[in-house]
Design a protein around this ligand. Structure first.
Ligand SMILES: NC(=O)C1=CN([C@@H]2O[C@H](COP(=O)(O)OP(=O)(O)OC[C@H]3O[C@@H](n4cnc5c(N)ncnc54)[C@H](O)[C@@H]3O)[C@@H](O)[C@H]2O)[C@@H](O)CC1
Ligand SMILES: [K+]
Length: 498
């Protein structure tokens, strides 16, 4: 399976390259696309009666004319409703000319119980919010409760961003071609797609590669080779040592969640660095995790010099006060020869927003590898200018932030985006609402740290951690609280190592 995600522009480029290389031409690709959709309709909805095919003016509509023709040829009841005729001489016009089904105006479309809608109004070429007859068709379809098969994308969903600027069809199945687009995985678009089927219409891997697309759907298939497995002669420090900073007496649990997750994700040693005032609280709850007093930068540097941990986690259970951010900045300044990577999470990010200029300046110079794990609110605080640019998709925001902070960004949510400063990115698709529970982010930061501590490169470590976190939640199932996640990781790690 191929995991690249192509924006509509990149997909159009892959189409052009395929047509250029021959022998198939544009209308040939369209016939294959329509054929793939007709196959889905016939196999998945054999008793739909009639099938209403809705055609727009572009190539998405062209696919629809092919579907209507094939369904008619197979003896099914088909009606075809169009917004307007395709442009003369276009591939869609050729497909329309081959279609024997009478064309009715979209305003006459009124789906009845037992029918099926094939939405071929707009796909990759969506250029503005749905309106007029098209919006009325969306409403009538929803009212009638009839299933929708969407061609390429549910009309109204942006393939680039997943945004739905007006209304959009809600499909039961979306059939797309060659590769998914970001809009299939980013919300709210994802919620409109239903099951996504990727049909092979003969776009070659070489044509996809030539588009230069650098975003992928997150999947173990492409990072598993880098997933750590302990060497036969491993000892605890060679398996990677992670240090996690604890909050004060009333906020120690977050660091422990992160530390436990780091240990379960394979770090050989994990140390919780606790303020003196919170030592007793931490000590009461820790067994295999090492506990060490840390009341400021001096203590932290003494720990680094003595124990040389590979990765530090800073943020869970801390406070948004500027001194927390200053501490992390100073820590980064002392990283050389002492630790390799830092994970900044939660208030570690919020507190940094108060000294963002110094932070971004420091990140322009060399420093430790850095992974930031903001949710939407934290992202907006540290990257306020990027967040304010509403023309950007979540993917584009994450990439801009990664470049600005010279860091891997894990922009969390139901459609977590992982972006690297070199332009690579991934969109996660195994997320679950079970993870919307207090403390689950602390667990994630620990997994990222543990994988980096075992020498997994930061981008792949972040992708693997996001996937494992969701997989652990899915395996545990309903009733999950953050404390359950570290133990649930056991099976996930075993599955990846085996
Ligand atoms: N050779 C190719 O390029 C292939 C393209 N394919 C299909 O082609 C589609 C892309 O075709 P197009 O680039 O023609 O784009 P679309 O068919 O998605 O839409 C383009 C047309 O719709 C108009 N439009 C867009 N949004 C509108 C709105 N909200 N209200 C009113 N009018 C609107 C545009 O002005 C333009 O005329 C893909 O989604 C896919 O279904 C497939 O047939 C495979 C081959
Ligand atoms: K469509």
């Amino acid at each position: 399976m191929a995991f690249e995600l192509l924006t509509p522009d990149e997909m159009a480029e892959a189409d052009r390259l395929t047509i250029g290389a021959g022998p198939v031409d544009g209308v040939g690709l369209m016939r294959r696309a329509g054929g793939a959709i007709a196959d889905v309709v016939l196999s998945r909805f054999p008793s739909a009666h009639p099938v209403h095919v809705l055609c727009g003016p572009g190539n998405n509509g062209g696919d629809g004319y092919v579907v209507a023709r094939l369904l008619r040829e197979s003896g099914g009841a088909v009606r075809l409703f169009a917004t307007s005729a395709p442009r003369a001489g276009s591939d869609a016009a050729l497909a329309a000319a081959e279609c024997p089904v009478a064309v009715e105006p979209l305003s006459a479309f009124a789906p009845e119980t037992g029918s099926l809608v094939v939405d071929a109004l707009y796909g990759a070429g969506l250029s503005k919010p749905l309106a007029g007859d098209v919006l009325a068709a969306v409403a009538r379809t929803a009212e009638a409760g009839v299933p929708v098969v969407a061609v390429d994308l549910p009309s109204g969903v942006s393939g680039r961003s997943g945004e739905v600027p007006g209304g959009a069809f809600k499909a039961v199945i979306t059939v797309t071609f060659a590769r998914k687009k970001p809009g299939h995985l980013l919300f709210p678009g994802r919620a409109h797609c239903g099951e996504i089927i990727v049909a092979d219409i003969g776009i070659s891997d070489a044509a996809v590669a030539a588009t230069g697309a650098r975003c992928r759907e997150n999947d173990p298939a492409w990072w598993r080779a880098l997933f750590p497995s302990p060497a036969k002669d491993a000892h605890k420090y060679s398996r990677g040592h992670v240090g996690v900073f604890s909050g004060g007496i009333a906020a120690t649990g977050a660091a422990r969640l992160s530390a436990m997750a780091a240990a379960r994700a394979g770090a050989g040693a994990v140390t919780v660095l606790s303020p003196g005032a919170a030592l007793a609280a931490n000590a009461a709850h820790l067994t295999s995790i090492i506990l060490r007093r840390c009341d400021g930068l001096e203590d932290a540097i003494a720990f680094l010099d003595e124990r040389k941990p590979a990765v530090l986690v800073h943020g869970p259970g801390l406070s948004p006060e500027p001194e927390v951010g200053r501490f992390a900045l100073e820590l980064m300044g002392h990283a050389s020869g002492r630790f390799g990577a830092l994970v900044l999470d939660a208030d570690g990010i919020t507190s940094m927003a108060r000294q963002r200029a110094a932070f971004f300046e420091a990140r322009r110079r060399s420093g430790p590898a850095l992974v930031l794990t903001p949710h939407h609110g934290e992202f907006g605080r540290l990257f306020s200018d990027i967040a304010a640019d509403t023309s950007l998709s979540k993917l584009e925001r994450a990439l801009a932030a990664a470049a600005k902070a010279n860091a891997v960004i894990v922009y969390k949510g139901p459609d977590t985006v992982i972006a690297a400063p070199d332009g690579r990115a991934a969109i996660n698709s195994n997320g679950t609402p079970l993870l919307a529970t207090a403390g689950s982010g602390d667990v994630l930061s620990g997994i990222v740290a543990a994988l980096m501590a075992q020498s997994m490169p930061p981008f792949e470590a972040a992708c693997a951690a996001v996937w494992m976190h969701a997989e652990a939640a899915r395996r545990f199932g309903p009733g999950l609280i953050a404390e359950d996640l570290p133990l649930a990781l056991r099976e996930v790690v075993a599955g990846l190592s085996g």
